[in-house]
Design a protein around this ligand. Structure first.
Ligand code: HEC
Length: 270
């Protein structure tokens, strides 16, 4: 303990130099050869996978490594819920934990940046030469915690209940309270369907939703028409000159009546 870090480091460095002299292996040709062989193996594996992917999938039938071609992207889709590749699930899940807009910046930029800066700074604030895991408790615990939290977040992200709808549904009681239809069965069911059916990918409602493609705010839509009209409208929006919104008749008459009742009950927050 009495010796300072500099002295300890110089001693270790001298020992390291000695070790290299005694049993070190030359970089050329030994290390170069190893790298070359390993690189070749990696390239061969990639080529092999590409060959298997190409010849195993025939036409439309996907092979073990996936389909040759996926269907073309549909730019007009409204029900698509974007998901990242699996290695971004942990960030994706962070986004779900932190709520827009107050804390999202912390989650997506703040935390990863802090971690990166800590990692970049590591050689500057940890100057010891100690490598044995048991002698590096802080680093080991930090590493384990990082791996563990990334693992848990990845798993949560992978199994996350999809469709923004699942979160929007939680707002139904609040909507009912604000619009004054608490306890009324049909509008409440309609509100749930409204939250689940992707209406808020275009419309806005009491501060939620996207406000896309010129879709109006529906918070006070109940003032303009009655439930029967809304059922007709969502059955065939095109008949009302709406070329953007698709028909919701696939939901069935019962469900559309519920949505109609919900819209009719939405005559603006009290
Ligand atoms: C693809 C985007 C999109 C989706 C999804 C969508 N709508 Fe619309 N909706 C629109 C647009 C755009 C308009 C306005 C059309 C117009 O002004 O002619 C509209 C109009 C309406 C209107 C009439 C508003 C008025 O002022 O008369 C109602 C009611 C409505 N939508 C309900 C719904 C419901 C309920 C859902 C979900 C079941 C839904 N919409 C889903 C785009 C969408």
């Amino acid at each position: 303990m009495a010796r300072d870090l500099g002295e300890q480091n110089r001693e270790w460095f001298a020992r390291y130099k000695e070790d290299v002299k005694k049993e070190g292996k030359p970089f050329f040709p030994r290390a170069i050869l190893h790298d070359t062989v390993m690189s070749l193996i990696v390239v061969c594996v990639i080529i092999g996978l590409a060959v298997i992917w190409y010849y195993d999938a025939n036409g439309v039938k996907p092979g073990i490594l996936g389909p040759l071609y996926a269907p073309p992207a549909d730019p007009g889709t409204t029900s698509f819920v974007p998901r990242p590749d699996w290695y971004f699930y942990f960030l994706f899940y962070l986004l779900r934990i932190f709520k827009w807009p107050e804390t999202v910046f912390i989650a997506t930029v703040g935390i990863p940046t802090i971690c990166l800066v800590l990692l970049l700074g590591l050689p500057f604030y940890d100057r010891r030469r100690e490598r044995r895991p048991s002698r590096r408790p802080v680093a080991m615990i930090a590493a384990i915690l990082t791996v563990l939290s990334m693992g848990v977040l990845t798993w949560k992200g992978a199994t996350a209940n999809e469709a923004l709808g699942s979160e929007l549904v939680l707002l139904v009681p609040k909507w009912a309270h604000q619009q004054g239809f608490t306890g009324k069965k049909l509008p409440t069911k309609g509100a749930t369907l409204f939250a689940q059916s992707g209406c808020l990918n275009c419309h806005t409602y009491l501060g939620q939703g996207a406000g896309q493609l010129g879709a109006p705010n529906l918070s006070a839509i109940g003032k303009t028409n009655d439930a029967a009209f809304f059922v007709q409208y969502i059955t065939n929006p095109a008949a009302f000159g709406n070329k953007v919104m698709g028909s919701y008749s696939y939901l069935g008459q019962q469900n559309m009546r519920a949505i109609g009742a919900f819209l009719a009950a939405s005559d603006g927050p009290k």
